[in-house]
Design a protein around this ligand. Structure first.
Ligand code: GTP
Ligand code: MG
Length: 314
């Protein structure tokens, strides 16, 4: 149960609507958002933002828990195998539930292929690295290929047609449509036991519809609201979310300039795990995990072939 923002000292309709505009819709959300980010995204002064966050925390009476309790909570987290040992090792076992994992990389680095493969592996029994669940696949670019699922499934001893039945597909035609799909996802999630949400790609529509610096603030607000919505679903249903993000080839530019790619700091604040993909020789690819609270910054290699994402020695 979440609580209305207006219950907080210092929040009237104007500030409440500014906060909602950037996806902060509850006291809980306000309590955990960095004040500086609120200030940047809404124009509310940082001093006021700090006070509002403090008031939110007090109202929630945030209690401290010991690390062993926190550890127990973390034990409920599920993992989905990527079907590739090297990638699983890099991710410490696979894609986590309750979190957003971002795959960023230039065109053809394998983001969509990874999304297809995880839509299959999430269906596997737990002892084989799956969560016995379905996928909600939000395709913003028209690159989902059922044929590819049928190709990938047999490798995991799953029937292609059966695997397709466990993927709920939604084509998003613009950013509003994309947000609406996620706003209304709860019913689908419950009805189909969805354990993975794919958004491929997360920011394509936003970038196209809100070009240039003059639209940056609005774009970031919308994107932030969207990604927070995804995070609440991940949390509420203990499911995994993966998003893709097309970026330019040179990671040095990316690290040096947080405003590129579009969505830069909104993604950096909200994605739990970020995987950078780049091309190597032929069909080989390199994956690097960065910004992670619990993984060392490390790299691995994999390749893409007829049956999907595979280890290089296979
Ligand atoms: P953008 O969406 O354009 O940013 O790229 P992406 O990162 O999503 O790339 P995607 O996952 O579509 O990967 C494309 C690459 O996968 C191609 O360059 C192919 O090398 C490889 N690929 C895709 N399908 C097949 C297939 O059926 N067989 C083989 N051998 N390779 C494939
Ligand atoms: Mg793609």
């Amino acid at each position: 149960m979440t609580h209305a923002l207006e219950m907080i000292n210092g929040i009237g309709p104007t500030i409440a609507s500014k906060l909602r505009g950037i996806g902060i819709t509850s006291i809980e959300a306000l309590a955990v958002t960095p004040p500086r980010f609120i200030s940047e995204a809404t124009g509310i002064s940082e001093k006021v933002a700090i006070q509002l966050c403090k008031n939110a925390r007090e109202l929630l009476n945030i209690t401290f828990i010991t690390a062993d309790e926190y550890f127990k909570r973390r034990l409920s987290i599920g993992k989905i195998t990527t079907g590739c040992k090297a990638l699983d090792n890099l991710l410490d076992g696979g894609i986590e539930t309750g979190a957003i994992t971002e795959f960023a990389g230039e065109f053809g680095t394998g983001k969509t292929q990874i999304a297809h493969q995880l839509s299959v592996t999430v269906q596997l029994p737990k002892e084989e690295g799956g969560l016995e669940g379905a996928t909600l696949y939000v395709d913003t670019e028209g690159t989902f290929r059922p044929e590819r699922i049928v190709q990938i499934a047999p490798r995991f001893n799953l029937d292609g047609k059966e695997a397709l039945r466990n993927i709920v597909f939604a084509r998003a035609y613009n950013s509003d449509h994309q947000m609406l799909i996620i706003d209304e996802a709860s019913n689908v999630i419950e009805e189909h036991n969805v354990k993975l949400i794919v958004v491929d790609s997360l920011i394509g529509h936003f970038r196209g519809e809100f070009p240039g610096r003059e639209n940056l603030a609005l774009r970031q607000q919308k994107l932030n609201r969207h990604i927070r919505q995804l995070l609440s679903l991940a949390d509420a249903y203990n499911l995994a979310v993966i998003v893709t993000n097309q970026v330019m080839a040179n990671p040095a530019i990316f690290f040096g300039n947080p405003n590129k790619p579009a969505g830069g700091h909104v993604l950096a604040h909200n994605c739990t795990y970020r995987v950078w993909l780049r091309k190597a020789k032929g069909n080989k690819r390199v994956a690097r995990i960065f910004d992670s609270p619990m993984h060392p910054e490390a790299e691995c290699t994999f390749q893409i072939n007829e049956i999907g994402i595979v280890d290089i020695e296979e």
